[in-house]
Design a binder for this molecule. Structure first.
Ligand SMILES: O=C(O)CCC(=O)C(=O)O
Ligand SMILES: [Fe+2]
Length: 357
């Protein structure tokens, strides 16, 4: 998914790529500041307004239908994309706040892996460290400054380890340049994986990597959300989840999630934080994608044929007017919540839960 795809001239010309370019953020530079270039959103499907109209008079736009099932709120389907389900506002604001907290505190904790593992190894308590203004330092440099010259084994790289320190000060010596602030690392957090760990380099699940089970509350939620898209009489088994973190200008390129064994089982995908545009293409990148808004609390299910459809997120709206996070702002109102609020004001989090086998 995140593997860098060689961008050839040909791939630049596909219908999916054209849509990505249409919606991604571009800036106009004025003398004073960078201003996002206006984008035509008239073709973006808005399931919130579809829900409002449907609740009001049962009316639906052409190509959209409501699923007939005993779920506690309306679920919409796209006639052109069988197996795709959209549940607008599926999560209460309280639940959204809880999953934002978990996504920033417990989900990136080892043994769960994050994009930072490859460079820094496992990092504990990144969110707390970022809020305390801590700095991640290569411990080797800490040791060197305390050791006498004679004991320093220059080849002993195995002792080097990244550790949080209060601040960069004199005691860390001249090698202290190998450091990164925790707040920068938090901004650069792009994904964490829960349950069975996904190995991005091999693009498969590596069952031998140490892992914890997906937290029970998340499992229960995923089972409840997945039920309308499950084959009759079967219960969804959440075995792995990917948490995606998006800041301004971050996007998720068009991809397929094809490493799970049974595509009749849905992927349950929850949106938190700033509004985004989601592109749902067809089985080929040449198929023109459908664009839709994803807001905090929306849940999307992709099962069956929809599992074979290219999809991606070309745009996040992080400005106050378009991010639409005011319900979260009201709930994150305590002093302890300020750090979550500061993060989510300019970010989006997506948790997508999968049955692997
Ligand atoms: O962020 C999203 O809404 C989609 C995420 C996704 O497609 C993925 O992680 O595979
Ligand atoms: Fe995906």
């Amino acid at each position: 998914m995140y593997a860098s795809e060689a961008i050839t001239e040909e791939s630049e010309r596909t219908a999916f790529r054209k849509a990505e370019k249409k919606y991604k953020i571009y800036y106009d530079n004025t003398k004073k500041r960078k201003i996002p270039r206006p984008v035509d959103l008239s073709e973006v499907i808005d399931f919130k307004s579809i829900l409002d109209k449907y609740d009001c008079n049962g009316e639906l736009m052409e190509g959209v239908s409501a699923l007939n099932c005993d779920f506690d709120r309306p679920i919409f389907c796209l006639e052109s994309r069988p197996g795709f389900y959209f549940i607008p506002g599926a999560l209460s604001v309280e639940d959204q706040c809880q999953w934002i907290r978990e996504s920033l505190t417990s989900f990136p904790q080892p043994p769960n892996r994050t994009n930072h593992n490859a460079i820094y190894g496992p990092i504990e308590d990144l969110f707390i460290a970022a809020n305390k203004g801590k700095v991640l330092i290569l411990e080797e440099s800490l040791l060197d400054s305390n050791r006498s010259e004679i004991n320093v084994n220059q080849n002993d790289v195995s002792t080097s380890q990244w550790k949080f320190s209060e601040e960069l000060d004199e005691s860390h010596g001249k090698d202290a340049c190998k450091s990164t602030s925790a707040s920068v690392l938090l901004r650069k957090l792009r994904w964490s994986t829960l349950g069975l760990q996904f190995d991005w380099s091999k693009r498969n699940y590596n069952v031998s990597l140490p892992h914890k089970k997906i937290p029970d509350a998340l499992c229960q939620l995923a089972k409840r959300m997945a039920a309308p898209a499950m084959p009759c009489g079967e219960e969804f088994q959440p075995e792995a989840a990917i948490v995606n973190y998006f800041g301004l200008a971050d996007m998720l390129g068009g991809h397929l999630d094809d490493m799970e064994k049974d595509w009749s089982k849905p992927i349950v995908s929850m949106s938190l934080g700033c509004k985004a545009i989601f592109l749902l293409g067809g089985k080929s990148r040449e198929d023109p994608p459908v664009a839709m808004f994803l807001r905090s609390g929306d849940v999307v299910l992709m099962a069956g044929e929809a599992r074979e459809c290219f999809h991606g997120v070309p745009r996040i709206f992080t400005d106050a007017e378009n991010g639409e996070i005011s319900p979260l702002e009201c709930h994150f109102s305590g002093e302890d919540d300020l750090s979550y609020l500061n993060y989510i004001r300019t970010s989006r989090i997506n948790i997508n839960i999968r049955q692997v086998f």
